[in-house]
Design a protein around this ligand. Structure first.
Ligand code: ADP
Ligand code: ZN
Length: 725
């Protein structure tokens, strides 16, 4: 047994290179390493970053002492603590991934590991440059009160680096040296506590007094004040001198969250997401590792960072499917958050108005506690829901909005209130075809239609990003001006709104228009200032936003999400429509929700209109139990892909033939994936369905371990899959 701080003569090191197993090194004289130490390990001519691991937990072939190379260095950061090492092992085991791939999420920033350094930033002086070009003027106007690197300022000002360098030369911007690791601000738990309602107070008290491993579902209707309530748990965590982590499903939600957090705690929390620049990444990572970052808000990747003293995890909008990572280590951040809380022995709060069946089940079997907020804050009422039967009340030809919805929108505009139309389809039309020969535009790399984006004048593939200009003539038959758009996307709905209400100010909100926290902040500002009357948006607008003057929600096509029929299609539709409906009437004016459908009697629609969430969940849970589907059984998908379709098919067949016969496990396939080609790779799927009690990972590990395939074939295992494409 090794004691912390006791020097080892030799060390087993997991490097960040996923292709390598653990490697043994000699610890040179004078270097002190312990499990968790971050070290520099030589390999051939290279130097790899790695983490020292308990040798007894990681079998490796024994190498004689005399053949060991010495470690090249010890990185000056705190060792990765034992609970996080256990989480890394668990994640690698559960999701059948290399430990190195998980370590890369713990140590994602090589700059964070470098020695501290100074950084040059720039800020405006009061000098007006002699030659004031429009670009220079724009830069000067937008940079008032700002400071940052040239790159950061260029982004804010939306001008090129060259323009800013010009401004430095003429003295309109000045350089200042800053410490890259200047301290992060400290949130004050007593800065501006809210007056909680008695119901909120009781909930906040339960959350704030939780200790040890304690998973809690915070189940509150939309607008009940879940954020205000879990802020009190954060305040308690701060008072105890510990760090808190808040996971959000979308980086677009970060900006409104930062504002609310600042109002409550007096300064911004540390933010962690893919949009950070390397200097910010380094500063935040080091603040997290030193314990100085008291509260971190981030996307799922923030989950694996080495918090020195973590006291609380919150998963906001915990039902969101985007917590599932679909590439690399295919983990579900909600589930890993609970595991991290378990290893750290701390509470974890899953906050949502529409809990996933899996989460609800954990409450039912007594594994999670539930704290409920059944009513909206300040007497705001939940919106009234009605279905519009499109077979009885059809839109005009070539239109998508039923007369009833149009009349409601008119009334809302007249009343000076805001409306939201929800359609989960980006672009103008999901399919373009030639009216003359019927040719359909398909992505050259994927089994997917090209989607017309009229605003950008492009056809785009939503799977691989391939874009092309819309051709004037059909490439198949050569007929000119023969292309027709089929079906609606948000841009087409926005056109319809413009035709119906020429004076209404419309905004389209999708990942094409809101692609950064700054864009999201601008959208929120424009809504609050009532510069927008009608929002047309995808699932991006269904989450988190709070617009008091938004009183009407129209769901353009409630049947859309039910197509394809994967395991969670009904549940997801229910959550999505409940969430978008939850944007209506959050202030003192009541909200109305209209759901357009061809089948008002479908269970999802009927439950939504009746406001019968418990009934829907009970029926859905019963169906899952009946079919032994998650959470009552397990699924894992094996996706085999190659640029060569015959090779993908042959490998998939070989893998399927090698499947072991195990009681309680069934193997389906291989079959071409619904997305049979993706980014130029042909894909085959095998689906494994297993009983709850079976260690399906162990079975799959042995099974795949005994099969070989060519280097051009990729085999990815997706444990607890959310995508069935
Ligand atoms: P949820 O996350 O449950 O949808 P929010 O936390 O966003 O609800 O709260 C809805 C709105 O009500 C927000 O604007 C929030 O600031 C406000 N609110 C909730 N509780 C209080 C309170 N106790 N005092 C003041 N404002 C509150
Ligand atoms: Zn494509």
């Amino acid at each position: 047994m090794l004691l912390k701080g006791v020097s080892l003569p030799r060390a087993r090191v997991v490097t960040l290179n996923a292709a390598l197993g653990p490697l043994d090194y000699r610890v040179p004289d004078g270097m002190v390493v312990a499990p968790g130490s971050v070290v520099i390990a030589p390999l051939g001519p290279r130097q790899l970053i790695g983490v020292v691991w308990e040798a007894e937990r990681l079998p490796s072939e024994e190498i004689g002492d005399n053949r060991l190379r010495p470690l090249a260095g010890l990185v000056d950061v705190l060792p990765i603590a034992a609970p996080l090492r256990r989480l890394a092992e668990w994640t690698a085991d559960y999701y059948l991934s290399p430990l190195a791939a998980v370590l890369r999420m713990i140590l994602p920033s090589s700059s964070a590991l470098a020695t501290p350094r100074q950084l040059i930033e720039y800020r405006p002086t009061n000098t007006v440059p002699p030659r004031l070009t429009p670009q220079r003027e724009q830069a000067i106007t937008r940079l008032v009160g700002r400071q940052g690197t040239i790159r950061e300022l260029a982004d804010i000002a939306d001008v090129s680096d060259t323009v800013l360098r010009g401004l430095v030369t003429v003295g309109a911007l000045e350089a200042i040296a800053v410490e890259a690791d200047r301290p992060l601000p400290t949130p004050d738990p007593d800065f501006a506590p809210p007056d909680l309602s008695p119901e909120q107070h009781a909930a906040a008290h339960t959350l704030a007094t939780a200790t040890g491993f304690d998973p809690i579902l915070l189940d509150g209707v939309t607008g009940s004040g879940k954020t205000e309530v879990y802020f009190e748990a954060i305040a308690a965590c701060l008072r105890a001198g510990k760090q808190a982590l808040v996971l959000l499903p979308e980086i677009a939600l970060t900006e409104p969250f930062l504002t609310r957090f600042t109002t409550r705690f007096g300064c911004e929390p540390a933010a962690w997401h893919s949009g950070l620049r390397s200097s910010q990444r380094r500063r935040t990572w080091r603040g997290i590792a030193s314990g100085e970052a008291a509260v971190t808000v981030g996307a799922r990747s923030a989950l694996f960072l080495p918090y020195r003293n973590l006291g609380l995890i919150i998963v906001d909008e915990a039902h969101e499917p985007s917590f599932k990572q679909e590439e690399g280590v295919q983990y579900h951040a909600r589930d890993v958050a609970v595991m991290r809380a378990r290893f750290e022995d701390i509470p974890v709060i899953l906050s949502t108005a529409t809990p996933a069946i899996e989460t609800r089940h954990m409450v039912d079997i007594g594994r999670y506690r539930e704290v409920a907020l059944p009513s909206r804050f300040a007497g705001a009422t939940l919106p009234s829901n009605a279905a519009i039967d499109l077979t009885q009340d059809p839109p005009m030809r070539g239109r998508w909005l039923a007369p009833t919805l149009v009349a409601e929108m008119q009334a809302n505009l007249d009343a000076g209130e805001q409306s939201l139309l929800f359609l989960n389809r980006r672009g103008f039309a999901p399919l373009t075809l030639c009216r003359h020969c019927g040719h359909r535009f398909q992505c050259p790399n994927c089994t997917a239609w090209m989607v017309e984006h009229r605003l950008m004048r492009r056809l785009a593939c939503h799977h691989c990003g391939h874009v092309e200009p819309p051709p004037r003539a059909c490439p198949e038959c050569g007929e000119e001006d023969s292309l027709v758009a089929c079906g609606p996307g948000v841009e087409r709905i926005a056109d319809e709104v413009a035709a119906l209400f020429p004076d209404a100010r419309t905004a389209i909100v999708t990942s094409d228009t809101i692609w950064s926290p700054a864009k999201a902040a601008e959208f929120v500002r424009a809504m609050d200032a009532h510069e927008i009357d009608v929002v047309v948006g995808t699932q991006l607008v269904t989450k988190g936003y709070h617009f008091p003057n938004l009183t009407l929600v129209g769901v353009v096509d409630a049947d859309l999400g039910l197509q394809g029929g994967d395991l969670r299609a009904a549940e997801r539709s229910f959550q999505q429509i409940s969430q978008v409906a939850g944007r209506a009437g959050r202030g003192d004016k009541p909200g109305r929700v209209f759901v357009q459908t061809h089948d008002p009697s479908a269970p999802v629609i009927a439950a939504l209109v009746a406001g019968d969430a418990p009934g829907f969940i009970a029926a859905e849970t019963a169906a899952r139990r009946e079919a032994a589907m998650p959470p009552f059984g397990r699924l894992a998908a094996i996706v085999i892909s190659s640029e060569d379709s015959a090779e993908a098919e042959a490998t998939a067949r070989r893998i399927a033939r090698a499947a072991p016969t195990v009681d309680g496990m069934a193997v389906f396939g291989p079959a071409p994936a619904p997305l049979a080609m993706l980014r130029g790779r042909h894909r085959q799927r095998i689906l494994v369905h297993a009983a709850r009690i079976l260690d399906v990972q162990d079975v799959i590990r042995d099974w795949l371990g005994a099969v070989e395939w060519s280097a051009k074939v990729r085999v990815a295992v997706d444990v607890d899959p959310y995508s069935f494409l």
